[in-house]
Design a protein around this ligand. Sequence first.
Ligand SMILES: N[C@H](C=O)CCC(=O)O
Length: 427
Amino acid sequence: MSRNETLFSRAQAVIPGGVNSPVRAFGSVGGFPRFIARAEGARMWDADGAAYIDYVGSWGPAIAGHAHPAIVEAVREAALKGLSFGAPTEVEVEIAEQLCAHLPSLDMVRLVSSGTEATMSAIRLARGYTGRDTIIKFEGCYHGHADCLLVKAGSGLLTFGNPSSGGVPDDFAKHTLVLDYNNPEQLEETFRAKGDSIAAVIVEPFAGNMNLIRPSDRFLHLLRQLCTAHGAVLIFDEVMTGFRVGPRGVQGLVGITPDLTTLGKVIGGGMPVGAFGGRRDIMEKIAPLGSVYQAGTLSGSPVAVAAGLASLKLIQAPGFYEGLEARTVQLVEGLQVAAKRHGVTFCAQSFGGMFGLYFAETLPQSFADVMASDRNRFNQFFHAMLDAGHYFAPSAFEAGFVSAAHTEADIAATVAAADRVFAGMAG
Ligand SMILES: N[C@H](C=O)CCC(=O)O
């Protein structure tokens, strides 16, 4: 038995499913997860010493590559000064100022420790601000694991085929309306019928938890118009896309100003940091200014924030996003050319350093499209690439990530391996 398998078997005895987050378990692709011993730059090594070019990047945070020396040094320096104080620090002010400067929609921001905390708090705030209960989310979008958001959700829930979680009382979910992603007509109809009772609409403006979907501009602009017209709070969940598709997130790309934005991943540089922020009049409803409570012993942890600040500094280097985008385009174009050469039905797309791979004729526009893709082919591809030393997300429903540490040669090696894999899948 390999060390990975031995660890998995030990883990299964003491950790449910052997993992601390379900999508890590290889449950839908089969086989056993790789236990990562260390990672550096674009590469990871597992417990058996096998090396992989990594396209998960800790699910997004590792935008500068693993163990970037500047981030590691920032963490070391911060740790030497004390791990956490339960009192405010200067670095929290610095990161808040930076987030507000980068994203013009943020007048104020509050730091938390995860994307889940960010979305959960943003929903509570929107409800407190509007005095309404109903929220709208979209099928296949995933906003972390707060009760009211675990309804027809993507990511690990979709991977395991249980899009709505057990343990969520109907009473908790009854205020969540679930609509089709990228369906403007249904959205209009819903607002016509119930607009004045809707507290918030939460949306992944590019959906990255059901593969990767870019909705129509009409859909996103309509969301803005309808929320404004009905006094509902528009929440862009940019935990995944923030600082990943570009320096101003999806909101910068599409030119839409949400009322609230949730962030995570890149802003923590690999440490647990999340944030939610937006319009001053809404944010001022949070305690201690207002009545909406939100708190956290480790919120704004100085060590985690130090990693986040170092990450934000790295992405501001001239040409950072151009390089990241060029490598990601090289990957998706290379994979598409290779698949076509071997007659494998496949397509892919990317935004900034984020990509989606898709075993179907055309790019997905909706949740139904995603469900219609060939998951058996994805699993075949995934395992053959893993065996060849290329680590993609172990689920057909997750987006992939390229880092600034991936070189042209790394991507070329992955494309060459995929060419061989597609050759084996032909016919
Ligand atoms: N899609 C998720 C992150 O955005 C996957 C990470 C996890 O659930 O562990």
